[in-house]
Design a protein around this ligand. Sequence first.
Ligand code: NOJ
Length: 736
Amino acid sequence: MTDKELMRLFDSMDIQERVDQMVQINVQFYESGEFSTGPAAGFGIEPEDARQAGTILNVIGAERTRHVQDLHMAGQKHRVPLMFMADIIHGYRTVFPIPLGQGAAFDPEAAEEAASIAASEAYASGLTVTFAPMADLARDARWGRCLESCGEDPYLNSLMAAAMVRGFQGANAGAPGKIAACVKHFAGYGAAEGGRDYAAVELSPRTLEEDYLPAYRAAVDAGSELVMCGFPTVDRVPCTGSRYLLTETLRNRWGFKGLVISDWASIDEMIAHGFAEDHRDAAHKAALAGVDIDMGTGSYSNNLASLAREDPAVARWIDEACLRVLRLKNKMDLFENPYRGADPEAEKRLHLCPAHRAKARELARKSFVLLENRDGILPLRKSSRVAHIGPYVDEKTVCGGWAVFNDDSDNVTVRQALEARSGVTSTVCLRGSYITDGYDLTLGQIAKPNITFSFDGARAQKLLDEAEAAAREAETVVLYLGEHPVFSGEGGSSSQIMLPECQLELLRRVRAVNENIVTVLFTGRPMDLRRVRELSKAVLCVWYPGTESGNAVLDVLYGDAEPGGRLSMSFPYTAGQSPLSYRELRTGRAPKELPDRFTSRYLDVPIGPMYPFGYGLTYTSFKYSAPTLSAPTLTEQTPITVSVTVENTGTRPGTELVQLYIGDNFASVARPGRELKGFTHVFLQPKEKKTVRFTIREDMLRFFDIDMRFKSEPGAFTAYVGANSATRNAVKFDLA
Ligand code: NOJ
């Protein structure tokens, strides 16, 4: 419809109808197939208002969305269609690796393609908006939601967030096959204190700006139609009530024109934060801060219209927000086409089609990080006698959190992949142990409702005995170990980041009879791998690989593909080192090589991470030359280049991820020791050499100075070019 028609529609709506557009109800209202007023009670919303709500969460599927749209339209005086939203984070029916794994692929183009495939599948199922990308920076392995993040680095996260927005939306989110993106959780959610989900965030303004905000900003600049605000308080103000974040930063400074949606019930949670007196006050504060849509509570529905009578600012806000919702609906073509893409035939054609599966398999392989490979035990020879053992051999739940619309039965297990693989001989496949130490976990709704892990001690012994016998006979044992996905994700924080004892026991028992162990690790977070490293010759971190899990894992284990990933988060030795980032500020008491008590370190673990950000091995080896500069000094007008020559010194072809870090040697404020500023993949045949060049521009050296101005300062810098964030391959340069 034209904007004029849209304005006519808007003018015909009364104030409560306008507020209704600012309300999001959820799937429960339609669970019976009809509109049901039952959930309205828990929601604290009048049934007739809930029926009018402008957007809905988690109703998806072509038949369902068409049906619900029909029911909705039947009760719509102005024929304003419902807008369908859901969490399509790393795939819809075809699931790609978790975002932490996608970050490890260091391949924004591949992430864009994955998001584009997810959009096409979700579009066919009637979806209009996805709550992704999640651009929260994650530095704390204890935080369960690090799996939804692309990791600890602002530069990598920014590239990934922008790529995902482009993938979901294309050039126009309203075009066929595209959906609108909603970057979240604005802002700083990843810095939850102690890694405990929903806990307060305490960040200095400089750290917030320099480290945490860039990825959201990149998504906004890439055109994300929506922004979701976070649950926590940042500097003691809930994000949902933060005028500083939602209006001054997002809209005024960054020029964001789209919709801001609360997180689930986060408007009401401001009461629990002690920031709002009651629901009415919470609604008032959220509206004044800049929240357009109330997800999951009745606070807007019940209070905004009457608040508008007392406060003209609220009245203005209602009009602005309602218009924004109507405009997005119009952009997404819902007025002309209320079913939008919902098409059962397209669902059949697209969902899990071979082309999508092939892309999921490819991205999974690119995300796997080879952490250890002693004695060149990997890749496996197809003819060798390998025992494949572990709870993940038959595990179908391999997509990790927020693969809400994945059906386990579509996922390929290791056993299935082995059976389908030609040329692999003499293999045995055994479970070896339970996946957890055995207790009932009734908190696991994110992965499966009320999941129960049974544990029978006698059976556990039998599994171990069988594993030991098989390991004795094998040349090599591949152990498939890991956390069950319910132990990470939302509400999945953990004070320990160890494998369950039953799995460690399996590792010990196998090691007692066979030292050729390859551990394949399924995880949604960095883990404490001290035991695993000690007892295994190779360790391959595969995150939660998604639908094509088993196939992708075997592709890499048998050398049909390289392990393509590099760590997107540092792996600490132990949870006690969290949070951890290579970008941490330098201390006056830097740890020294020689033992010195009075340095900034823990006495009981080595200095730094066990595996640093950017780290990962390949099946070959590379040698770097010392970096050289095109000129020793750059100016604002004249960039310089830094070059290295990389040589494949091994016997197999391989791809190296060459990384550029820059450190500001001294400045008006303390700066991180180094920051990632560029990376590139280089494919080299054995003995082949290539020169890799990075441009260094003045704008890459900017930061928030002592007066909070974003600018560079002349002086000395160091460029590091190497294989990971701990590289010492460095050269100094100056900014004039
Ligand atoms: C709560 C989560 O924090 C958010 O990421 C998600 O998009 C919403 N629930 C909706 O499911």
